[in-house]
Design a protein around this ligand. Sequence first.
Ligand SMILES: NC(=O)C1=CN([C@@H]2O[C@H](COP(=O)(O)OP(=O)(O)OC[C@H]3O[C@@H](n4cnc5c(N)ncnc54)[C@H](OP(=O)(O)O)[C@@H]3O)[C@@H](O)[C@H]2O)C=CC1
Ligand SMILES: CC(=O)C(=O)O
Ligand SMILES: [Mg+2]
Length: 565
Amino acid sequence: MAGAEERNDADMPMRDDATGVVTGGVEDAYGEDRATEDQPIITPGHSLLRDPRHNKGLAFTEKERDAHYLRGLLPPAVLSQELQEKRVLQNLRQFKVPLQRYMALTDLQERNERLFYKLLIDNVEELLPIVYTPTEGEACQKYGSIFTRPQGLYISLNEKCAFLVRGRVLETLRNWPEKNIQVIVVTDGERILGLGDLACQGMGIPVGKLALYTALGGVRPSACLPVTIDVGSNNEDLIKDEFYIGLRQRRVTGQEYSELLDEFMAAVRQNYGQDVLVQFEDFANHSAFTLLEKYRENHLVSNDDIQGTAAVVLAGLIAALKSTGGTLADHTFLFFGAGEAGTGIAELLALAISRQSKVSVEEARKKIWLDDAKGLIVTSRNETLEPFNKRYAHKHEPIKDLLEAVKAIKPTALIGSSGVGQSFTKEVIEAMSSINERPIILALSNPTSKSECTAEQAYSWSQANNAYIFPGFGLGLVISGAIRVKDDMVLAAAEGLAEQITPEQIDKGQIYPPFSNTRKISANIAARVAAKAYDLGLASQLPRPKDLVKYAESCMYNPVYRSYR
Ligand SMILES: NC(=O)C1=CN([C@@H]2O[C@H](COP(=O)(O)OP(=O)(O)OC[C@H]3O[C@@H](n4cnc5c(N)ncnc54)[C@H](OP(=O)(O)O)[C@@H]3O)[C@@H](O)[C@H]2O)C=CC1
Ligand SMILES: CC(=O)C(=O)O
Ligand SMILES: [Mg+2]
């Protein structure tokens, strides 16, 4: 583990820039990424066209058409992947309704996986809002109506052990066709973006996150597993909907809920080993903090809404300091929304301040204020506060209204994580501007209709979104074979992102780089996270590569078509 002999660059897998070919390395075990090498393939012609992992549509060459009994099954023209990409994009743009684009992209993913990822990687800024928030949110709301082919794995209470009957969660996991899973994104659908309880229809979220794991982080699609755990829903309208795809019952909680989650975590470990990353996504906060605390000591788990969001916001704040000057400790932070995102960010921020300024975390927390639906979190509310909020209860008179809180606390940074659309009103923004020469305002809530304000309304910057972090973070864990996630790794990810922001971007008032560059950014984040895993003695992929950035890049999935013989 840590301190082990370093791997020589000469032994490392590398991508040849000219051909995109990856040679060797952990990701290459299945030969999947050797895009231009000959691949022996035994699937018969007709099935080859129906298999999204192998299908190339009109890009099958004459030789391949002969070798694989495809002659006549395709029209005579042979089209390059680039031309197919151009055609698909052109067709996609004909759809004016984002949900139609989502459905067309889902269809492509299910038909021709490599073309889907090539398109997504090459047009990330245009397509991100379709495969990810905000459109995926609408897709989840309408998931039952637009349902065609299932994506991901559904685990419901039907699979849970009961009394003396053995559970079937492990059996269910074994139904998934891929055996070498590296990243699982799992939701129970209780807090889908800012849209509430969408239960089983939340599947769109793990599917969307994992598409970005591949497109932005280079984790191979076959190594990604989207999971939705269905424990019922408290959304009456949803479970009454005739097209609803999940269990029609109220959510179970308490012991029954815990037992199903325990069974799932045990089955994951038994089936895939201890270094598969389980990323919790869009659980309600009453489950999210508990699950993270419960499993983090013995499993490789992360919660993107708590940790990924914390890292992306911390990176933005570090970048903003380059423009405002000073250190984190010089700032006063006010969070509007004190759930997973708000509290997660606050905790990482307090850790960063304590490390930077050599003060205790308790001391650092004094500069951080939280505000929830009941108003400012103050000591007089101690009796009724959630445990994760209590440590931010400071002595102050109660304040209900955000504008009044801004005026009283005089924050230098205001962070929205409430799920309440348009809550950063003109008056709130003006108050921030009158208090600060360069106020820092981050509106995190999703989808766009729930955002506290639009970027234009405050100032022009990209949304702080955990999509900057989780693909690289996960890749770093995968390439190092990390067996646990520690806060220092999350901190390292934030620093890795912050250092990618150029002085020119800072001069333009931007604190995040454009998404088009995210693969490079992810490689840097992955390297920082992997380095920390090695330093902490938590990496199992040995020996440690000498140049972790190059190594991370070399491990990334490349969706160009393979040749078949
Ligand atoms: N950009 C990004 O990368 C990310 C964005 N998000 C978005 O952030 C939002 C919040 O997510 P998350 O933290 O997980 O959700 P939670 O449900 O955990 O937290 C929501 C918080 O907002 C508070 N809140 C609700 N209504 C109001 C109100 N009217 N005034 C003040 N506070 C209010 C809640 O208070 P109370 O408990 O009193 O009800 C709670 O503290 C969502 O829209 C989500 O999509 C989340 C993660 C990442
Ligand atoms: C982006 C994200 O993870 C969320 O809104 O929940
Ligand atoms: Mg989320």
